[in-house]
Write a protein that binds this ligand. Structure first.
Ligand SMILES: *Cc1c(COP(=O)(O)O)cnc(C)c1O
Length: 352
């Protein structure tokens, strides 16, 4: 007998993060600050204290307590996950049934549609307007038209770098009975979070990741904040030891350093403003179509020849993310930003 992969799995295209060695990596929206270097001793001590022969705390109690204290939410309304990616898969896999309608928008985080497909949801994708601004009205119209079981969106949005106001987001949550999965991965760089009131709604799950503002993409750590009923269900369907002990230990150290988090967020915001202001100076160069003022740690730039510019940057050992006619460029160190700006200016003024 031979085993045949089913059509669905056979035809999937794997997520393709950029491989290869580049001197300057501005493609994945990671932090340019590494807390593992800043707090080397604390990290090593935390790892040394792990009981490696034992399963981790299934409830990640200490970690959730610290997370709750930092963000001002009740730890009882928080679930930790192996990155927010894991939480997305758990929510889509268990909260929605096969064939249920999942509404997302385009452009938005590409993994939403991918997981929708893997877990056999009916993906409904609403295109954003030309200016890429998503309004509460757009979302509510799409909900009325398509009657989805769940809506999944990022705010601020990756890749557009735009934020929707708190009022608009709450308006959406309050005016639909669909489950709203709100990904606030980049909200540390903006100021429109609804995390503090998330527990009040019975149709909202808010997601956070430690991979961006907190600078620990390596340890895979994310959180969901929701109402007690949903939290209870999430705890039933996730795997019991989903967050390993090393990640719990490092995450606990990190959230014990609120000054570090606040300071690095400020530094990253300064870097993205610098990157934006300097790319803006190139906005009159031939081939630059549009540039959005970012609420994130990256800049989103529309070009006539995105592919060409992307490849030329690569030749300079600078890697960014290309999405159609756009480049998404992560804010880096001063030196990285300057090299990017210099190379970009040079490429754009060259005759294509
Ligand atoms: C990076 C990113 C994530 C990934 O989070 P992990 O915790 O690293 O899995 C989730 N959502 C958005 C919008 C992101 O950009």
């Amino acid at each position: 007998m031979t085993y045949e992969l089913n059509e669905k799995v056979k035809n999937l295209i794997p997520y393709d993060p950029v491989a290869g060695d580049y001197e300057i990596r501005l493609d994945a929206n990671e932090s340019f600050i590494d807390p593992g270097k800043l707090f080397r001793e604390d990290f090593l001590a935390a790892v040394a204290a792990v009981d490696f022969n034992r399963y981790p705390d299934p409830a990640a109690t200490e970690l959730r307590k610290k997370f709750g204290a930092f963000y001002g939410v009740d730890p009882e309304n928080v679930v930790a996950g192996n990155g927010s990616d894991e939480l997305i898969t758990v929510i889509l896999g268990a909260f929605l049934r096969p064939g249920d309608k999942l509404l997302s928008f385009s452009p938005d985080f590409s993994m939403y549609q991918f997981y929708g497909e893997v877990y056999e949801k009916t993906n409904i994708v609403a295109e954003k307007q030309e200016d890429l601004i998503l309004t509460a009205g757009d979302v509510i119209d799409a909900v009325r038209k398509n009657r989805p079981n769940a809506v999944l969106l990022s705010n601020p949005c990756s890749p557009t770098s735009l934020v929707m106001s708190r009022e608009d987001v709450l308006h959406i949550v309050e005016n639909t009975s669909a489950l709203i999965i709100l990904d606030e991965a980049y909200m540390d760089f903006s100021d429109q979070s609804i995390m503090k009131v998330a527990e009040k709604y019975d149709n909202l799950i808010l997601l956070k990741t430690c991979s961006k503002a907190l600078g620990v993409a390596a340890i895979r750590l994310g959180f969901a904040v929701s109402c007690p009923k949903i939290i209870r269900a999430l705890n039933c369907v996730r795997s019991p030891y989903n967050v390993n002990a090393i990640t719990q230990a490092i995450g606990t150290v990190l959230f014990s350093k609120p000054e570090y988090i606040r300071k690095s967020v400020e530094e990253i915001k300064k870097s993205r403003t610098y990157l934006y202001e300097n790319i803006k100076k190139l906005a009159n160069s031939p081939g630059v179509r549009s540039l959005i003022k970012p609420e994130t740690n990256f800049v989103f730039l529309e070009l006539d020849h995105a592919e060409f510019v992307y490849n030329e940057l690569r030749k300079n050992s600078i890697i960014v993310r290309k999405l159609g006619d756009y480049l998404r460029i992560t804010a880096g160190t001063q030196k990285e930003n300057d090299r990017l700006i210099q190379a970009l200016g040079e490429i754009l003024t060259r005759k294509i």
